[in-house]
Design a protein around this ligand. Structure first.
Ligand SMILES: Cc1cc2nc3c(=O)[nH]c(=O)nc-3n(C[C@H](O)[C@H](O)[C@H](O)COP(=O)(O)O)c2cc1C
Length: 204
């Protein structure tokens, strides 16, 4: 089985979690794919302070914040064949929780300098959920893609009509279900399926 891990960068159980879960459910319908949903809500993840001890001391993880929740999560995510990152849109970009999570991938540099292709068969994809219809979803998706590019992942969108990734309009602060943005959720599912097909091909 190939594995896709979905990480929600929201602090709430609402639209971002919903969209990500739907994408993962759709991905699981593809043969040979298993998924896991992880929420950053309630997790202690300190942002990287760029001390570079991990690089100097060749440590896979963080030597400063050894006791927070990130190292275990980091190692788990690196083992997955696919990483689907979902963020609520904050100030037309990613949430601070997702930003802290991404910053803690600093020590991938250790692997990348030995082999720039080390994550070349890993697949990344993005979902963005904004309170406004055009509130910065595409920039948020681009920000997530940039993270994948820095690590040499293969980045996939959702193909026809779901080009870069899934953009969802939550209409802000209401209990989210599919009826709030049926097109956005359909696109999240299309992204999940496309990602699963890509993971399937890459992991053969
Ligand atoms: C600090 C902050 C900044 C936000 N900035 C934006 C924004 O720039 N564009 C937007 O569309 N929505 C923005 N929102 C609204 C959230 O993206 C929206 O409520 C989203 O649905 C939250 O997802 P969740 O319910 O899954 O946590 C912002 C919310 C907060 C708290």
């Amino acid at each position: 089985m190939a594995k896709i891990i979905g990480v929600s960068g929201s602090t709430r159980k609402n639209a971002t979690d919903y969209a990500l879960r739907e994408a993962l459910k759709a991905a699981e319908e593809v043969d040979g794919i298993e998924t896991e949903f992880i929420s950053l809500r309630g997790k202690k993840i300190n942002p990287c302070i760029h001390c570079d001890r991990c690089i100097r001391e060749e440590y896979k993880g963080c030597l400063v914040y050894k006791d927070d929740d990130m190292d275990a999560l980091y190692l788990k995510c690196l083992e997955a064949d696919g990483l689907l990152l979902a963020s609520p849109v904050f100030e037309m970009g990613i949430s601070p929780q997702l930003s802290a999570f991404m910053s803690r991938f600093r020590s991938t540099y250790l692997d990348l300098r030995k082999d720039p292709e080390v994550f070349g068969n890993h697949v990344g994809a993005a979902i963005a959920v904004g309170g406004t219809r055009n509130g910065g979803q595409e920039m948020t998706i681009a920000c997530i893609h940039n993270f994948f590019h820095t690590n040499g992942y293969v980045v996939t969108g959702g193909a026809l009509g779901v080009y870069a990734g899934a953009s969802i309009w939550s209409q802000d602060n209401i209990k989210f279900d599919e009826s709030v943005d049926p097109i956005g959720i359909a696109n999240a599912r299309k992204l999940g399926v496309k990602m699963a097909h890509t993971v399937s091909k890459m992991s053969k």
